[in-house]
Design a protein around this ligand. Sequence first.
Ligand code: PA5
Length: 444
Amino acid sequence: MIKLDTSKALVSAETVTAFREKVAEAQKSLEAGTCAGNDFLGWLHLPSETTPDFLDDIQLTADTLRQNCDTVVVAGIGGSYLGARAVIEALSNSFAWLTNKGKNPDILFAGNNIGEDYLYELTEYLKGKSFGVINISKSGTTTETALAFRLLKKQCEEQRGKETARKVIVAITDARKGAARTTADKEGYRSFVIPDNVGGRFSVLTPVGLLPIAVAGFDIKALIKGAQDMEKQTANDVPLEENICAKYAATRNALYQSGKKIEIMVNFQPKLHYMNEWWKQLYGESEGKGHKGIFPAAVDFSTDLHSMGQWIQDGERTIFETVISIETPEHCLLFPSDEENLDGLNFLSGKRVDEVNKMAELGTQLAHVDGGVPNLRLIVPRLDEYNLGQVIYFFEKACAISGLLLEVNPFNQPGVEAYKKNMFALLGKPGYEKETEAMKKRLG
Ligand code: PA5
């Protein structure tokens, strides 16, 4: 199982255990469905409620896409995108994109930005490809995703014909409402439902994450098994000292109360870049409310030790770090010896690259702790589906407890509406006439 090491968190055990009662209250209210945002607790027992038949059904659709597509574009944003990307990138060969020998379809992502160049280049790239689309939107009305899907649907139908397009376009959306549902029903696409009681950023273990991950060739049963085991390990009757979700939530709140306002998620494996991004969204949207909340930031080490490393070591002391530490890499590579030793690196000859990486990790931890940066470590035995399932459930449950300790509703995101309202007013969207007028006056 994954482990949490808080021995370098620079807070006393008493400060953390002082949260015991509040943590227990938060856990109880989650279980009883009495907490803030209790309409959105479907993720809590999602792993144990997921049946093998349901996973087989997802796999069947994934196989249809795998058999009929060389490329699959996943259209979605925020919670409808980041979880799938995090898992796929963590498990994929770093150069799969360049070296793919046709075993798995290439997975591309769209609908997560409105960059005209991005969309143009994507549509150009897809010319001549046997591509399919997974259109993911819980609301079914998100502008970024809807824009990309309109382009992709048209291109897919033109390139592959309406009949084939119907087979290789899949929708994952609400059971009843939203434009994505209307289109899926009208066109007869295979579709999956995002449960009403699971919010976007807690939805990676629903078809939102599972279908793209299965299409990419990864084992969704092992992923769910990892999450199920973590669900058991972090049940309410497990005491705080052994319950890593409770401990992480209590420790980060203790740090926040002592003035550590920024948490930096750190990895030492480039494959985890999108895991950081997923975590940032999960914690940022869940906790940043009512002018409160730890600011979630992220770095990729050792790359960013050559940029953000200076700030972390020496800047304002308002930060703490959480490191995702992978114990064993999937491959073994030894440093070769060199007769001339011009680079002076012969002292590393015969050592694994990972040994150097691990010393970089340890050296960084010691330096940052010496510099007054509390350090938490999530220790993950290896990067596989089973362990990632644990990591996902761990962060989700800890996030819910943590948000409740902070006394915010971890399951809503009222703050993201403001930009949408302004954008629609500026674009003159029907129904926004009053806002458009107000916007014209405001901008002169
Ligand atoms: O966590 C959330 O709820 C959000 O990040 C959503 O996932 C994101 O805004 C996308 O929404 P939708 O799935 O409705 O297109």
